[in-house]
Design a protein around this ligand. Structure first.
Ligand code: ME8
Length: 539
């Protein structure tokens, strides 16, 4: 039996000290797009997200509200789960670091690190930024208006406490060797270089516990709690049932792990996390991908400027799919972007309403109004290019095979987390479809057919059949990014059920032949469904 591959996709787990923002939506949708694509291919997929509920920052937020940290995180985690649902993100699991299963995983990892001698007790005296939940060296700080400041602009405080340390310094060479042998482990490439040069500058042992705090995972036999980043990073193991690593599932998925994150937290993932894993005898994640940051109308988003984009309000105003599409079509995944309402509206109106919506409507309303909803018939025909309708037939063949021709490229794009490249290809299909509909001009062919031109009738049927087949494949290709719109296309085409149950690209790929259009299965129905505009109005 041919065993299909597996993928373990994760987002960072989000701090619950505040409401979800656009950055949270961004990584969650990115993970969802990758997971949905792999699910279409028939791969075994686990896509996991969650919330980071311990640490000084969350503790402080609870205090400010005058509630216990546990009550506070319970209410805030819900907002993050609501965001996932609102954005149509199909996560396979949602990890909360206050769950028992996570305590068990984090404690087991800690035990393992202690046993291997990777952790020792000492004393920390230095700077800590609660906003970043990060330790900083004096040399990294600058003077800000309100005192010393971390490179991120976060205020820092002096911390002096007994503390456990992790022997990070011993991992400089192992990590450099690892990245030398696995240049594909970090994307985009520029981030790889950044990590390697950070490693080359040397590593110091890392403080990994807090003794003046209680809101965290207790370290057995001490009055310390785990440093929130050690706690949080372990969630990626919790998602696979750690410490039960002897089940085949753990092995299978961990080998295929892809961690997505914003560029600001790459260092935690590319330096601390693989070192902790190596020390515990586990392999580093297969791939880390750091995306860029969104600004709002040319400025950094900040509460004081009042320009923070609320992801719920955005989706309410414009619809989920427009937002999902724009975030990944406007900016190459990995680069910084600027969210401008004007560009958002322009792109959505031009590409979704005028490009995609019109194409689907033109094809389907022609079949509805002129052919009584009956699907055009198409038998295998070989019409010489130089015959009367040769170009129409050749165009139909090209369009009908477009998706199967693109498939390998799409797989490559998704394997590289190049969602932008994927959408670029899909959008070029929409343009081709519109151009072909104009070239086919079925209304003119129908007129000729009605006056007895059988060759015109055959050309019209072939062309329309190719267009419908193409739209079916387009719906499948769009499903990972704009799932509701894709499902609506599917239903309007007269296809039954849910796309994810009917379309198995991987399975069909094996059986695909050049003789039929599309490699994606699902025969075209005998009659199309009821056409209705995909995008009700311009925004
Ligand atoms: O860092 N544009 O959580 P977090 C794009 N709990 N992404 C943005 C952004 C913006 N303007 N602002 C923030 C944490 N982000 C930890 C993670 S994982 C083991 C622990 C991104 O809620 C940011 O880059 O502060 C990060 O990837 C994510 O939001 C979550 O940030």
């Amino acid at each position: 039996m041919n065993v299909l591959p597996f993928r373990y996709i994760t987002t960072p787990i989000y701090y619950v000290n505040d409401r979800p923002h656009l950055g949270h939506l961004y990584t969650s949708v990115a993970g969802d797009i990758l997971a949905r694509f792999y699910k279409l291919l028939g791969y075994g997929v686990k896509f996991v997200t969650g919330t980071d509920e311990h640490g000084a920052k969350v503790d402080q937020a609870a205090r400010n509200q005058g509630v216990s940290p546990q009550d506070y995180v319970n209410s805030m985690a819900k907002a993050f789960q609501d965001l996932i649902h609102a954005a149509h993100v199909q996560a396979d699991d949602f990890i909360r670091t206050t769950q028992d299963r996570h305590h068990r995983a984090a404690t087991a990892l800690w035990d393992r690190l202690e046993k291997t001698g990777a952790i020792y007790l000492d004393h920390y005296a230095g700077w800590y930024a609660i906003r970043d939940e990060a330790y900083y060296d004096e040399s990294e700080l600058t003077d800000g208006p309100d005192g010393k400041m971390a490179p991120t602009g976060a205020p820092v405080e002096w911390v002096q406490e007994p503390c456990y340390f992790f022997r990070l310094s011993q991992f400089q060479n192992p990590l450099l060797d690892y990245y030398h042998d696995h240049p594909e482990a970090i994307g985009p490439d520029s981030r790889y270089n950044e990590v390697v040069s950070f490693l080359n500058s040397g590593l110091r042992d890392l403080a990994v516990s807090r003794s003046k705090m209680t809101w965290g995972i207790p370290i057995p036999g001490s009055n310390h709690v785990m440093y929130v980043w050690v706690d949080a990073l372990t969630n990626y193991l919790t998602g696979l049932g750690y410490p039960d690593t002897d089940c085949p599932e753990f092995e299978t998925y961990w080998k295929e792990s892809i961690h997505l994150m914003g560029k600001d937290i790459l260092r935690f993932h590319a330096v601390y996390w693989p070192a902790l894993l190596m020390a515990a005898g586990l392999t580093p994640p297969k791939r880390l991908f750091a995306h860029g940051w969104w600004m709002s109308e040319g400025q950094k988003m900040s509460k004081s400027l009042g320009n923070v984009i609320d992801p719920f309000a955005l989706m309410d105003q414009y619809g989920v799919d427009r937002v999902r599409y724009f975030l990944f079509r406007h900016v190459r995944f990995g680069q910084d972007g600027d969210f401008s309402k004007e560009l958002f509206q322009q792109r959505c109106n031009h590409e979704l309403a005028d490009g995609l919506g019109n194409l689907v409507h033109r094809v389907l309303s022609f079949i509805q109004n002129r052919l009584g909803c009956v699907m055009p018939v198409c038998s295998e025909i070989a019409v010489p290019l130089d015959s009367k309708y040769g170009a129409v037939h050749a165009g139909a063949e090209t369009l009908g095979h477009w998706a199967s021709e693109q498939l390998q490229w799409w797989i490559q794009m998704i394997e590289e987390q190049n969602i932008y490249g994927y959408l670029e290809s899909v959008y070029s299909g929409i343009t081709k479809g519109n151009a072909y509909m104009a070239e086919l001009a079925p209304w003119a062919l129908l007129k000729l057919a009605n006056s007895g031109d059988t060759a015109a009738a055959q050309a019209m049927h072939h062309g329309l059949y190719a267009l419908v087949s193409f739209l079916r494949d387009l719906a499948i290709a769009l499903w990972p990014v704009i799932p509701s719109t894709a499902q609506s296309m599917w239903t309007q085409l007269g296809l039954q059920g849910a796309i994810q149950d009917s379309a198995k690209i991987g399975k069909e790929l094996k059986n695909s032949t050049r003789g039929v259009f599309s490699c994606f299965g699902s025969d075209l129905p005998a009659v199309i469904g009821q056409p209705s505009p995909l995008f009700s109005k311009d925004v």
